[in-house]
Design a protein. Structure first.
Ligand code: G3P
Ligand code: CA
Length: 254
C-alpha cells in the first residue's frame, strides 16, 4: 500500500521491540513478546534480574512495585512469590493474568521464533548472574537453539567481557549512555561486537568511529517517525522501540 511505501526503511535494519512491544502490552511479559512477534519485529529486547532463589527473572526494575501489584525487591523474593504477582493490570485490566516470566519460559516459547536481545541488569550486584546466563543459554544451544539468534547486552562492561569469555558464540554488546574515547572503543571490541547507544549520544562521528572498529550500532529508545528516519540516515543496524514506526510529528522519546 502507499502507507507501507511511506514507512519503508531507507535501508535494512533490525527492528527491536523494547521490553517487548511495550506500547501495546505490559512490558517484559509474554503478552508483550507475543505482540512483538505478531507485529513482525526482528528482535525482542528483555531485561533480566535474579530472584532470591537465584533464578533469572524477566523484569526491568529492581523493585516489583511499578509493574506488578506487589512490593519489594526482586532479589528479596523467591520465584514462588514473584509468580503470585499480577504483572499486567497496572497496564490494562485485560492483562491481569500476566505473570513475571522466567528467562527459561521466554527461551522455551520464543527461542528460535524471534531473535532475543537480553539485557543483564546490574549483574555486578548479583552472585554469578553472568555465569548463570551463559550456563542457561548453553542448555538451550545443546537442545538446538541457534546461538546467532541471541544477543546479550549490559551497561556493565566488565560483565560483558566476562560473558564473552564464557559464551563467545553469542554476540555481546555494550549499552552506552556516555561518550567513549577511541582508545576504549578499540579495546572493548575484543569482547563486544555491538554498541547500543542512547539516541542523544548518537552522531555521524560516533557511527563512523564504531564502524571503523567494525561494531554494529543499535540505538534506543526511538518512539517517533522523524527520529526513526534520523537514526536510519545515520546508518544504525538496529532501532530499539516500544512500537513499530509510529506516525507522529511529535518527539516523545524517553
Ligand atoms: O535496550 C536499551 C534499553 O533497554 C536500555 O534502557 O532502561 O530501557 O533498560 P532500559
Ligand atoms: Ca533494557
Amino acid at each position: 500500500s502507499s502507507l507501507s511505501y511511506f514507512f519503508q526503511p531507507l535501508f535494512p535494519y533490525h527492528s527491536i521491540a523494547h521490553r517487548g512491544a511495550s506500547a501495546y502490552a505490559p512490558e517484559n511479559t509474554m503478552a508483550s513478546f507475543q505482540k512483538a512477534v505478531a507485529l513482525g519485529f526482528d528482535f525482542i529486547e528483555l531485561d533480566i534480574r535474579m530472584s532470591k532463589d537465584q533464578e533469572l527473572i524477566v523484569i526491568h526494575d529492581a523493585d516489583v512495585k511499578r509493574t506488578t501489584n506487589g512490593e519489594g525487591f526482586v532479589r528479596d523474593l523467591t520465584v514462588d512469590e514473584l509468580k503470585q504477582l499480577d504483572a499486567g493490570s497496572w497496564f490494562h485490566p485485560n492483562y491481569s493474568s500476566e505473570k513475571i516470566p522466567l528467562l527459561s519460559e521466554v527461551l522455551d516459547t520464543f527461542g528460535g521464533k524471534i531473535n532475543l536481545l537480553i539485557e543483564m541488569k546490574f549483574p555486578e550486584n548479583e552472585t554469578n548472574m553472568t555465569e548463570k546466563l551463559a550456563h542457561t543459554l548453553y542448555e538451550y544451544f545443546e537442545q538446538g537453539l541457534d546461538p546467532s539468534t541471541v544477543k546479550v547486552q549490559s551497561f556493565h562492561i566488565f560483565e560483558i567481557k566476562k560473558f564473552h569469555q564464557l559464551c563467545p558464540e553469542v554476540s555481546a554488546g555494550i549499552l552506552l549512555s556516555k561518550p567513549l574515547d577511541m582508545f576504549h572503543l578499540a579495546s572493548y571490541r575484543s569482547f563486544a561486537s555491538f554498541l547500543a547507544v542512547h539516541y542523544r549520544l548518537l552522531s555521524k562521528s560516533l557511527v563512523n568511529q564504531a564502524l571503523f572498529f567494525d561494531y554494529e550500532i543499535y540505538t534506543w529508545t526511538i518512539q517517533d517517525q522523524p527520529l526513526f528516519t534520523v537514526m536510519q540516515k545515520l546508518g544504525v543496524h538496529g532501532i530499539i522501540s516500544n512500537q513499530e514506526k509510529k506516525k507522529t510529528s511529535k518527539f516523545t522519546v524517553d
